[in-house]
Every structure is written in structure tokens, then in C-alpha cells.
Ligand binder design. Sequence first.
Ligand code: SAH
Ligand code: SF4
Length: 460
Amino acid sequence: MNKLDSELVESKLQQRGYEPAASEDDAGVVLVNTCSVRQHAEDRVWSKLGKLRIRKRREPGLVVGVLGCMAQEHKRYMLARMPHVDLVVGPSAFGDIDDTIEQARSRNAALVREREPARTKHDVGGAGVVVVDHGVSGDAIKRNVRVRPHRSQAYVSIMRGCNMPCTYCIVPSTRGDEISRPIADLVEEAQRLVDDGVTEITLLGQTVNAYGRDLKGQNATLARLLRELHEIPALRRLAFITSHPNFLNAELIDAIAELPRVARYLHLPAQSGSNAVLKTMRRGYTVERYKKRVDQLLAKAPDVELHSDWIVGYPGETVADFEQTVEFVKDIGFAQSYVFKYSPRPGTVAEELVDDVPTAEKERRNQVLLAVQEELTAARNRALVGQTVEVLVEGPSKVAGRLSGRTVHHRLVHFPTPEGANVADLTGEYVSVRVTEALAHSVVGEVAPEASFEVGVVES
Ligand code: SAH
Ligand code: SF4
């Protein structure tokens, strides 16, 4: 979601004549897009802003902006703590961010002109612009479809905000109420992306499968949207994240089962395998109900792999609760998990509870769960050895001389760059890769000899 928001801001600035700088130090405008979901994410931003404060003493014309959930959460207090910040813009006010930046630039330029040279050594600031509510949402931007992760891949936000009552979560207060975009707008945006060469679209929403429930009388559901987008012939892959277990219904299961170009993974965070913890988290389902829905899905679409998020060390989580989570992960056989240590967030219901699981114990549970997941992932990866998979190439891998990409199951695949091939040309291509080796989080392979790919040609 944040990656897409950054793209929408970049798109807006490019339309206004801005260009990306070669590096942060070369930039005249530095915008930090932030996340508040855990304290750790916020700490990194505070430290980044501290460094920018030092730079701004030397360059008082520099525009520094804080965007996203921390802007929404801290509002004016952000400026009190970081007076060198020029703009504080919440996630629902990106639509006119270019005007906000222009204001900050001209104010800084005036300040620089008025000041004695010696005084510019001191912090400039204290008059920053704060736009956190009632702004124009980023989705209102007629986006520049060229700004995207790579030529074949794009994200599309289908809904903003969240109306769920999860006790630990700050998202509903930073991102506001659920607002779904009409199907016609989404089809139009997808078509523009596809016309520009996109072949994989990932639809985004905090509870993406609750899409449309605020669009009364329009029969707008995720299942219907998937069916409409599936009609675009050049769209080879259609994914969606993140789904909530309560909205995994028969209509969506049928769509996943019947539409072959819908991605074969489902990100369906369970958060805990203990009914007692799920209840205090107010997630609205039990372990049994989660499993029943998953069984219904797998009965119709057995090739779908499940991904989950987990919170360990939630207030009151006992060792026995945690062990139930471990058993649940094994029982479902998740393909991938993101594990988070509980972090109390301001203004949430859970903030009132005693954060009683010691840090070291949270860390232990985190490691145990990661190890369990790692073994499950590794087993799935081992089963791939010898098979040929279709990989959408995302770019160079961390290991020199290799490329990386993903399968329809979102599995990460690395393979040596074919001799004579140009990395830029191959990024965005679909390549057949024969898997030769399984690692803990990815597999390694080689371009299949029978592969019918040509450099620079997009198959359709
Ligand atoms: N809307 C998505 C995810 C939102 S945040 C969903 O409901 O699944 C992404 C993940 O961060 C959550 O799934 C949860 O596992 C984790 N998370 C949210 N708040 C947290 C907190 N206070 N402490 C630790 N992890 C948290
Ligand atoms: Fe947070 Fe729950 Fe909404 Fe996800 S569904 S964003 S965890 S409140």
C-alpha cells in the first residue's frame, strides 16, 4: 500500500514537472512515506528525520515532508518535535500534494532570502503545512501509468481505509473508514495500465475481499471485479492482497477456482491459532471457522497456497496459546508467514491492556514460529526441484549474475542471467525456469532448454 502511495505521489510530481533525483543527497525535496503499524517502523523514521535536520541546517531551501500514517497520527506534534519539517501530509490527502510542496518551496525560498547568511546555519522551520484530513485522496489522481515497479507489473488500490475492530491495530485511525472505488473506475485504470504493457496487476486493500460493501446497490464485490478484470485478454496475472477470513465467501471461492489467471496464492492473515487470543483481538472468527473456510477453498481450488500474518506476544498470550498457533501453522501448512512481535499502538483498545509478555519471550516465540514456517516453506520448495515454473522476472537478484522473479504462487525464483541477455530487457518477461535447488525462502533454477522466450518480446 505504501509502495503504491509513493508511486502515486511520484506520478503527481512528475505531472508537475519534477524529476526523480539521482540520490537522496541530490534531491531538493525529500519526502518520507511512513508506516505506524509497529513502533519499530516509526523509530526508523524519527532517526531518518534527525539526519535530515542536520542537512537542512546547511541547505535551508531543502523541502522535507512526512507523508502517510505517521503524519496522520502525530499531526501538528510532528512539527513540534521536528521543526525542520515543511509538510505533514496524511494518506488521504495525497491528491494535491504538488500544491502543498509548491507552498513549502516558496516559503523556504522567502525565508532564505530574508535571512542573514549566518542565521541560515540554524534550523529553518516552525511554519510547516499540515494536511491530514479532508484532503483529496491519492486515488483521485489520474495516475501516470508509467510510474510502477516495472513495465509488466502494477498495483491498483481498490479500496482505502478499514472498518474492522482489531484491538491492536492503528490502521483504522490513521487511514480512516473504508472507501471502495467504483468498478468502472478500476476497470478503466487497469485497461490503461494494460495498454501501456502491464501484464500483472495486484489489487490492494486492507480488507480487499470486503471490497464494495460501502457501494450500496452497485453489486460491487471482489469476485465480480475479478471476473470483469479477467476479461482483459493481455492480463496474465491478477492478484489481490490482503484478505480477511470473515469475507472469504462462496462467491469469492468460486471466482478464484474458475478464473485461471487469478494468482494461486491467498494472503489470509490468521494472526493467532488460539481462540482465546482471537477473541480478545476481536478478529471475529475462530480457528475452526478459519479452517472450514480454507477447506472450502481448497476443495474447489486445490492449487492455491496460503499465506498468513501472525502476532506473537499479544497481551495475555500464554505459552499454551502460542503452542496452539504453532500447531495451527503446521496443520494448515502455510506456504509463507510474516511474524510480528506485538507492539502497543497509541489510541488502540489493546493499548489499555498490560503488555505482559516480556520482550525476550516475544523474541523466542517469534524465532520458534519463523523456524516452523521456514521448514514448511523449505518442504514446498524441495517439492519444486525438477519442475519447470513460469517466472515473471522482477530484476537482478542480490547475487551478481542472477535474476529474480516470482511464480503464480508468489514463490521467489533465482536463476543465472542467460548469456548475452540484457537485464533491463528481461525484467518484466515471463521465463520458464527449471528448478534445480531449494533454499529456505526461495528456489534456484536455470532457464528451461525448451523455454520459448525471446529477449525484448512480451508474450501475450
Ligand atoms: N489489513 C491487513 C494488515 C494490516 S497491518 C490485515 O488485516 O491482515 C499488517 C500486519 O501487521 C497485520 O496483519 C498484523 O499481523 C500486524 N500488526 C498490526 N498491528 C500490529 C501491532 N500493534 N503489533 C504487531 N503487529 C501488528
Ligand atoms: Fe488492522 Fe484489522 Fe483492519 Fe487489518 S483488518 S487493517 S489488522 S484493523
